[in-house]
Design a binder for this molecule. Structure first.
Ligand SMILES: Nc1ncnc2c1ncn2[C@@H]1O[C@H](COP(=O)(O)OP(=O)(O)OP(=O)(O)O)[C@@H](O)[C@H]1O
Ligand SMILES: [Mg+2]
Length: 263
């Protein structure tokens, strides 16, 4: 089982989009996938079409009590999902005051083998829940926008990795993913070039092009983008990224099931 935290304290860089869509591609390729929504915005939850969420369905119970088991995940698009809701900010506060950094790691260790890949979606802050997830993780995946100021996030992520390694020495960054890339913009090309200079080639994904009309529409429909538009250029973007991330974390993608995973 590989546990991945998708992290960047910059907002709107494509964290949630990555978790939802890479998760779906992995599931389509035959892997057992669980997504965890760690963000009170609950975008990962609603973009998968889930709106009725109670506190006990979320990460809250395992933070509120050391003895609580991981909630039963929802099933959506062939994946398991621990959803979030608007009040997860309170959970974040409890996590700050109690010694609960190990809660998620302990629960996932008990369930080892139930999933091939677990993907955690962070809020745009490296707070307590993101820390808890990183302590439970094998890898960080870092989407970085090629838009203005995007590359400034690199420093914060490096510091976060150093901090978390005090508790989880095996944690590694698997990939940096340039997102929202528009090759017609000089500033995007410069940002990507900067990333190529700073990041080893085997840790830098191909840029994910900006294709607004697909991503927002898919989210509105409550679907992963490759399910919403399977023959679009954006589906190719996602499949390429899924293959690159699979290689970086050392998982094999089998044959696509060809279903939409609704079962
Ligand atoms: N490649 C892309 N091209 C265009 N739009 C995209 C792309 N990827 C994601 N988006 C859109 O950009 C917006 C931000 O993406 P997303 O919510 O995934 O980022 P985030 O990092 O999770 O944001 P937050 O920090 O608020 O949680 C969303 O409206 C999403 O649909
Ligand atoms: Mg998000």
């Amino acid at each position: 089982m590989k546990v991945l935290t998708v992290v960047n304290n910059a907002g709107g860089v494509g964290k949630t989009s990555l978790v939802q869509n890479i998760g779906y591609e992995f599931a389509q390729a035959g892997l057992r996938v669980m997504l965890i929504d760690g963000d009170r915005q609950a975008n990962l939850t609603s973009w998968n079409g889930i709106f009725e969420v109670e506190e006990e369905d979320t990460l809250h119970p395992i933070v509120a009590s050391k003895k609580a088991p991981l909630p039963r995940p929802k099933h959506v698009h062939g994946m398991d999902l621990i959803p979030s809701f608007w009040d997860l900010g309170d959970t974040e506060k409890i996590a700050a005051t109690l010694e609960l950094r190990d809660a998620l790691r302990d629960r996932l260790t008990e369930l080892h083998g139930q999933w091939d890949v677990v993907l955690f979606d962070s809020p745009p802050a490296m707070g307590q829940l993101t820390t808890m997830a990183a302590i439970a993780s094998d890898f960080l995946i870092v989407p970085i926008s090629t838009r203005l100021k995007g590359v400034e996030a690199l420093q914060g992520v490096t510091k976060f990795l150093t901090d978390i390694r005090n508790y989880n020495p095996k944690l590694e960054i698997a990939m940096f993913v340039p997102t929202m890339f528009d090759g017609r913009r000089n500033s995007d090309k410069e940002a990507y070039q900067f990333m190529q200079e700073q990041i080893p080639a085997n840790m830098l994904a191909s840029p994910v092009p900006e294709r607004l009309k697909f991503w927002d529409a898919a989210a509105k429909e409550g679907k992963p983008v490759t399910l919403y538009a399977p023959h679009s250029p954006v589906a190719e973007d996602v499949r390429r990224l899924a293959a690159e991330i699979a290689a970086a974390i050392g998982v094999e993608l089998g044959v696509r099931t060809g279903t939409d995973g609704e079962a």
